[in-house]
Design a protein around this ligand. Structure first.
Ligand SMILES: *[C@@H]1O[C@H](CO)[C@@H](O)[C@H](O)[C@H]1NC(C)=O
Ligand SMILES: *[C@@H]1O[C@H](CO)[C@@H](O)[C@H](O)[C@H]1NC(C)=O
Ligand SMILES: *[C@@H]1O[C@H](CO)[C@@H](O)[C@H](O)[C@H]1NC(C)=O
Ligand SMILES: *[C@@H]1O[C@H](CO)[C@@H](O)[C@H](O)[C@H]1NC(C)=O
Ligand SMILES: *[C@@H]1O[C@H](CO)[C@@H](O)[C@H](O)[C@H]1NC(C)=O
Length: 307
């Protein structure tokens, strides 16, 4: 069953045009036809015909993992997952991560501590409102953990097609676009990340904060452990080893502005998986016309696995 699927049709690219590679069942194992069409602009890989992802064996799991390391964001179309299916899938991709309850916001998914609800409605169907937007800034999931080398997986259980988006940027490819002085500053900077500084976790408990490193340190330029690429590490809160560093704001802006971006407009049944060391992401914004202000009920479920 090979279906024609236009890879660019559901994807709006911002700033830079990149070709996303289309991969079908028939050529899934053919490296050449599955390669990204354009040299270094590697972000994004669409798999539209892997069959029922619940049934994939070790070979296809390995294929998804390698595509993730190569392209950082992998989109799988048209799937149906229960919460348990999603946990099983994430467990195949790596070691599944469970966050303590107070880091799950005030809206956990009952019975499934490994799942975070990403939704604009509370259980009682009350709209969360546009001021309530988790993740509406460029960030990496799990950067506060001792091991930040992890995949995140979002599954669109209920969305109005094409009404909400998640944006990604490639923080490795951008390194080539930075000038010498920026590179020098970055290579002299070590970012320090504390779970306490993460806006989404301001209400977590002391007990749960203590589960994580006081300061997880990241070099401003680092080598990605999965693919050897050199990447830029920046965080919007500008907290470094040497304390708050407001002078780095232009560098944060430069990195986030100059990098290749990919806006994923959600369709029901989409699975989007990304490599948090290779990309930063943020919820769709008003500028994209598909941000938190959209009131159409949507329910995405997130899981994470260490690679
Ligand atoms: C979503 O948008 C894409 C691109 O505009 C389009 O090809 C696709 O059919 C849309 N999906 C639905 C269900 O409207
Ligand atoms: C989506 O998958 C179902 C089977 O799960 C299939 O019946 C349907 O044709 C697929 N739709 C598309 C657009 O590929
Ligand atoms: C729905 O739940 C939220 C979060 O618990 C709460 O703030 C809100 O008041 C509730 N709304 C109704 C109508 O019960
Ligand atoms: C490098 O880029 C930054 C930000 O775009 C700019 O402020 C700075 O002047 C540039 N430096 C050089 C030496 O070109
Ligand atoms: C933290 O708690 C306050 C007060 O209940 C609430 O207004 C705010 O939305 C919460 N923030 C987060 C990120 O959960």
């Amino acid at each position: 069953m090979t279906k024609k699927f236009s890879c660019t049709s559901n994807i709006v690219l911002i700033i830079t045009t990149i070709n996303l590679t289309c991969c079908f069942e028939s050529n899934l194992n053919n490296e050449l036809s599955c390669k990204s069409a354009q040299g270094h602009a590697t972000m994004g890989f669409v798999i539209s015909d892997i069959g029922d992802i619940r049934d994939i064996g070790p070979e296809k799991v390995q294929l998804i993992r390698s595509k993730l390391l190569e392209h950082a964001v992998v989109v799988v179309k048209n799937q149906t997952l229960t919460r348990k299916d999603q946990i099983d899938l994430s467990s195949k991709l790596g070691k599944i991560i469970v966050l303590p309850p107070s880091l799950e916001g005030n809206d956990p998914e009952p019975g499934y501590p490994a799942i975070q609800r990403v939704t604009n409605f509370f259980h009682n169907r009350t709209w969360k409102g546009k001021t309530h937007c988790f993740g509406c800034y460029w960030h990496k999931d799990g950067d506060f953990q001792e091991n930040g080398f992890m995949f995140s997986l979002l599954y669109a259980d209920q969305v109005a097609n094409n009404k909400s988006s998640t944006n990604f940027l490639d923080n490795c490819e951008v390194l080539e676009k930075l000038n010498k002085s920026t590179l020098q500053v970055l290579s002299d900077t070590v970012f320090a990340i504390s779970v306490r500084d993460i806006p989404d976790f301001v209400n977590a408990t002391e007990k749960d904060y203590l589960l994580f490193p006081k300061n997880k340190r990241y070099n401003g330029i680092y080598t990605h452990p999965g693919n050897g690429r050199k990447c830029a590490y920046v965080t919007g809160d500008l907290i470094t080893d040497a304390g708050y560093a407001p002078q780095l704001k232009p560098i944060f802006e430069e990195v986030t502005e100059k990098s290749v971006k990919y806006r994923h407009y959600w369709e029901q049944g989409d699975i989007v998986i990304w490599d948090n060391l290779g990309v930063m992401h943020r919820a769709g914004s008003k500028g994209g016309g598909a941000g938190p202000e959209d009131r159409t009920p949507r329910m995405l479920f997130r899981t994470q696995s260490w690679i």
